[in-house]
Design a protein. Structure first.
Length: 295
């Protein structure tokens, strides 16, 4: 089973601009910076990433759930919500309405104003933005007790990642992979209208998307979305990671618990936040890269 989300990795075209934006507007702070070294490029099976500069940023709350930004100019055919794979990162916040005002004249482009997800007083309230490299970020308030999945609430104005969204052409393939290969509880799919996907793909607002959830013991979820044929596989530059929202890193008890195909044989990685732990990488059915870190 997956125990928690440790880190979300995004490829960005201008590292300095992204670092400044997440620091100035979201309160994230750099806790590590450098260049991707050979050992990490090797375990990824992506030696083209070697020597690319990166920063790792942490929310002001101090929660150990990180964002890693790696500079890479090759964005291939990525467009927001237009390709398969990891498509959005959902972050807990205290006040999306106040945050929307602050982001209105920033390098974050608001593509979905704050709204309640359900017509109830304690409903989660969310907004969506495009970041400086066209990465999709959901910024969501959860009132204590306002979630049936024990997700927690923001402990700082902008806090940690708590949901990752992956989309692909087959809901069944996604459900089977996360339940059978990663040993996770997965809900049945239900039909939802998701305005931001429809708008970004020029589809009718009432377009319906099958959606299921992968549940953790607490604090985190993975949302599984099935996309229509207008959404296509994300291309990848040779020996590089996928463009934009690229890799999600999860903590696990043991890599030996998984019967999956590794990109390369798992190995210990010394750099933060791996800190000498064993790391393996696999690819899910939507082309999403999944990094497992052995506790």
């Amino acid at each position: 089973m997956l125990k928690s989300i440790v880190m979300v990795t995004m490829l960005v075209t201008n590292l300095n601009a992204v670092e400044e934006a997440y620091d100035s507007y979201l309160g994230y702070q750099v806790v590590e910076e450098g260049q991707i070294d050979r050992s990490l490029g090797s375990v990824w099976g992506a030696r083209g990433m070697n020597k690319h500069p990166y920063v790792i940023m942490q929310p002001k709350s101090g929660e150990e759930v990180y964002l890693r930004f790696i500079e890479d100019k090759s964005m291939t055919n990525y467009r927001p919500m237009g390709t398969h794979g990891w498509n959005s990162t959902e972050i807990l916040v205290e006040d999306p309405d106040a945050l929307a005002v602050q982001l209105s004249n920033s390098s974050f482009n608001i593509i979905g104003q704050p709204y309640d997800l359900y017509p109830t007083p304690d409903a989660p309230r969310a907004m969506q933005v495009l970041g400086p490299s066209n990465e999709i970020i959901y910024l969501t308030r959860i009132i204590p007790g306002g979630s049936g999945f024990n997700l927690g609430s923001a402990q700082s104005y902008v806090d940690r990642v708590f949901i990752m969204v992956v989309g692909g052409p087959s809901m069944k393939a996604l459900q089977d992979f996360y339940s059978q290969k990663l040993n996770m509880p997965v809900t049945e799919a239900s039909d939802w209208t998701i305005g931001v996907i429809s708008r970004l793909n020029n589809l009718p607002e009432d377009t319906v998307y099958p959606l299921a959830l992968v549940s953790f013991e607490q604090d985190f979820l993975i949302e599984l979305d099935e996309y229509p044929s207008v959404v296509v596989p994300r291309k990848r530059a040779v020996n590089h990671l996928p463009s934009s929202t690229s890799v999600v890193s999860f903590l696990v008890d043991s890599l030996d618990n998984f019967d999956i195909k590794w990109r390369r044989p798992p190995q210990s990685i010394q750099n933060f936040p791996y800190n000498g732990r064993k790391v393996g990488v696999t690819i899910g059915p939507a082309g999403e890269w999944i990094e497992l870190i052995e506790e």
